[in-house]
Design a protein around this ligand. Structure first.
Ligand code: GLN
Ligand code: ZN
Length: 764
């Protein structure tokens, strides 16, 4: 009998119940007991949703983050919160958010003196975890209370519980040494705690423990490979059976390392790593269970169940009892329930599967393998029909788009002249001072703007009324910027809810869910739009707003677009063609918009690529291939404009060391980046690499309510000028201003403009 199981379930709730409960608790509007009760209720409901599985994950629920939970289980709390004697949950939130509950609001200067734990991306997903902190002196101490409590709840509910923990090697890998020690030196101290934890679970009657080691899909050097051997030989005597879980890609060169771990079972991502599976079959020890992640836990498409069975049946015959089936990874990365979608187009809906539907697919596969396909014939036929309608749908396939893609020439990705020549022509036309000032695009999104947008969406406000409000807002933005004396103006983005959704809504090939929320971090969720078909742009998307803004001023107005790579990386995208193809389709659509803006007399156009870096593959060996098509896509958007048109791009980070050549290759006339908090240190990349074009290192930290002083900005720019010639420097904030308030923005930008004047006088 093939067993079916799950690796993790989305914890936020189909209606984002956890988000609202957390925020109400943090605001002091509800009690700790109410929050805990809600957590319990969600766990109960989510286990119910997983009924019929042979093993159900327990411990995948977290109030904030599963890595932070693991840190608490291992007693690895940052030193700064160790003296806290209050409630354990409050201490947990202090690490997560930098303060306890019932303290100052988000905008307060600081947080009862406790800095929040650093947050970073969970592998190549859009989920962010709290980075464990280590020093050579770190000591661990088991606290299994949370896990045992959830285990007891699961048992009381009759759930076939399989506790989920993060493995010791991945746990160390995820963390950060705060001194110059090597994290792996902690392994000998850490392993006894894992032994104790596993023994505690065994004593609680646990049979299998899922121990997640996703770093096995990344490139590991000899030291880290060795750590796996050390760790798992140390744990082999434990009385529980370990299912070593890897996901988010292929094992590739780590295949034999994984296959030779002394564990009872191994889970692999069979969506991205089917070739791994066939090779693994030949090398697995005879006793080892192989769990295959055959349903994509990262995307929202229905699985082609018949195709999966075609390759799975021979594997099942070979493995017999030793075969388990699961989603490729935890379902944390997909929305909860497609059935909550009331407005989604019925045909598109028939192509989709969210977490609950993916588990239904898993059950079907289990029955088909154990009882034969005939036992679920009707379901398999329905699945085949859905897959087939999607494949041939005219809404997915647009021959004109395919032809345009085939017609992309190298010249289309090439500006007419090199930067140096363009710069001269642009200078003559734009007539900007040295150290020109600009902003990144958005201005504060006030309550009135949000209200107008939502009333327009729900039909309470007609188009004329909506446009009038937006125009008034644009006019206000332009007026304020003129008074401030900024050099290149923006329209302020009042009409945009979100920098990707705004464009998705206007492109053909996109659909939107109502409740397709996915946790990003803590209580924050995102609702990625669904890119289902060939992408085209039926009509201009921004020209009317930008044109209006330009009509109000004699200064250059910057057109504002989101780039193809960012649109791609922040959407659920097609699984029926390579990401590179989808990206180039997006690029062609944005290119049309760029040309229309230029045609409307807009001389400066910014194309944001906020998510370019985060799209980097997990394996470095695959970086270049990604960067090649990502950069080419960007260049396609800009390659059609005249030399005189100045192209800007923006990225919300400045870890450029490893991708700086690719950034330069994008050949934007100016790039604005985030640097203010790091004191320009992050510009180090530009010291070793002679970045050839214009650059605006952010001088105003828009994440903070603090107003930077003129002196501080001047000092930052002096540091920048040590690395980049002054004539190529721009003065601007780190990122868009939409989360700030006008009363903060005005004085901050006043200081920024004053600083630019000082710079012109001293460095100019
Ligand atoms: N133009 C966008 C803004 O100003 C850029 C946002 C971003 O980079 N995330 O809001
Ligand atoms: Zn940004």
């Amino acid at each position: 009998m093939t067993k079916i199981h799950n690796l993790g379930f989305p914890r936020i709730g189909a209606k984002r119940e956890l988000k609202f409960a957390l925020e109400s608790y943090w605001n002091g509007e509800s009690s700790r007991d109410e929050l805990k009760a809600l957590g319990k209720q969600l766990r109960r409901r989510h286990w119910q949703a997983q009924s019929g599985l042979d093993w159900v994950p327990v411990g995948d629920f977290a109030f904030y983050d599963q890595v932070l939970d693991m840190s608490f289980t291992l007693g690895n709390l940052p030193e700064r919160v160790q003296g806290f004697h209050g409630d354990a949950l409050d201490n947990y939130f202090r690490v997560a958010r930098g303060r306890s509950a019932q303290s100052a609001p988000e905008t307060a200067p600081c947080c009862s003196g406790v800095a929040a734990g650093e947050m970073t991306k969970w592998f190549d997903t859009n989920y962010h975890y709290i980075v464990p902190e280590f020093t050579a002196a770190t000591e661990f101490k088991l606290d299994a209370a949370r896990l045992l409590e959830q285990l007891a709840e699961a048992k009381a509910q009759g759930v076939a519980a399989k506790p989920v923990i993060i493995g010791p090697v991945t746990y160390l890998w995820l963390g950060k040494a705060k001194d110059d020690s090597h994290k792996l030196e902690l392994l000998p101290k850490l392993l006894p705690i894992y032994v104790e934890l596993l023994e505690t679970l065994a004593a609680a009657g646990v049979e299998w423990v899922q121990i997640d080691e996703p770093i096995l899909v990344t490139e590991l050097d000899a030291v880290w490979q060795d750590a796996f051997n050390t760790a798992y030989h140390h744990l082999r005597a434990c009385r529980v059976k370990l299912l070593l879980a890897t996901y988010f890609g292929q094992l590739a060169e780590n295949r034999s390392l994984a296959a030779n771990m002394p564990v009872a079972g191994l889970h692999v991502d069979a969506v991205n790593g089917r070739s791994d599976v066939l090779l693994l079959l030949g090398m697995l020890p005879e006793h080892m269970t192989l769990s295959l992640g055959v349903i994509n836990g990262r995307n929202i498409w229905k699985t082609d169940l018949n195709a999966v069975l075609d390759w799975l049946e021979p594997v099942a015959r070979q493995l017999g009892e030793r075969l388990w089936l699961a989603p490729s990874c935890s379902l944390l990365h997909v929305p909860v329930d497609l059935d909550s979608e009331r407005k989604l187009d019925a045909e598109i809906k028939s192509w989709l599967a969210f977490a609950r539907q993916k588990l239904a697919e898993l059950r079907l596969l289990g029955i088909a393998l154990n009882q034969g396909r005939a036992a679920v014939k009707a379901e398999l036929d329905a699945n085949r029909a859905a897959i087939e309608t999607r494949r041939v749908s005219v809404r997915v396939n647009n021959s004109a788009v395919k032809a345009a893609l085939a017609g992309i020439t190298p010249q289309m990705a090439q500006r007419k002249s090199p930067y140096a020549q363009r710069a001269v022509k642009q200078a003559a036309l734009l007539n900007l001072p040295k150290f020109p000032t600009t902003t990144i695009g958005s201005f504060p999104q006030t309550a009135e703007i949000r209200l107008a947008r939502s009333q327009f969406k729900s039909g309470k406000l007609d188009e004329a009324g909506y446009k009038a409000i937006m125009r008034a807002e644009i006019a206000r933005c332009v007026r304020e910027q003129e008074v401030l004396g900024l050099d290149v103006l923006v329209h302020g983005e009042a009409e945009r809810n979100d920098m990707v959704e705004y464009f998705g809504e206007q492109l053909a090939g996109y659909a939107f869910s109502q409740s397709g929320w996915v946790q990003s971090y803590g209580s924050r969720c995102v609702k990625p739009p669904i890119l289902f078909g060939d992408i085209s742009r039926p009509r201009p998307m921004t020209v009317e707003w930008i044109g209006y803004a330009q009509s109000l001023t004699g200064k250059p107005m910057k057109g504002m677009l989101t780039g193809p790579v960012t649109i791609l990386n922040w959407s659920f995208v097609r699984d029926d063609q390579p990401r590179s193809v989808t990206c180039k389709q997006l690029a062609l659509a944005i290119r049309e918009e760029v040309l229309d803006l230029e045609g409307a007399g807009i001389g400066v156009i910014q194309i944001d690529e906020a998510a370019l870096r985060e799209g980097l593959p997990l394996r470095r060996s695959q970086w270049q291939a990604y960067l090649d098509w990502a950069v080419e896509s960007f260049r396609i958007t800009t390659g059609g404009v005249a030399d005189e048109t100045q192209i800007h791009t923006h990225m919300c980070y400045s870890e450029f060391n490893d991708i700086i050549a690719a950034i330069a290759d994008m050949d934007a006339d100016a790039i604005t980046i985030e640097t203010s908090r790091s004191d320009m240190e992050l510009l180090d990349a530009f010291e070793h690499f002679n970045y050839p074009n214009g650059i605006g290192p952010g001088v105003y930290d828009i994440h903070s309510p603090n107003i930077p002083s003129e002196r501080h900005i001047v000092a930052l720019m002096h540091k920048a000028a040590e690395r980049i010639p002054a004539e190529r420097l721009w003065v601007n904030p780190d990122c868009g201003l939409k989360t700030r308030q006008w009363p903060e923005v005005i004085p901050a930008l006043t200081q920024m403009v004053a600083a630019a004047k000082t710079l012109r006088a001293t460095l100019g």
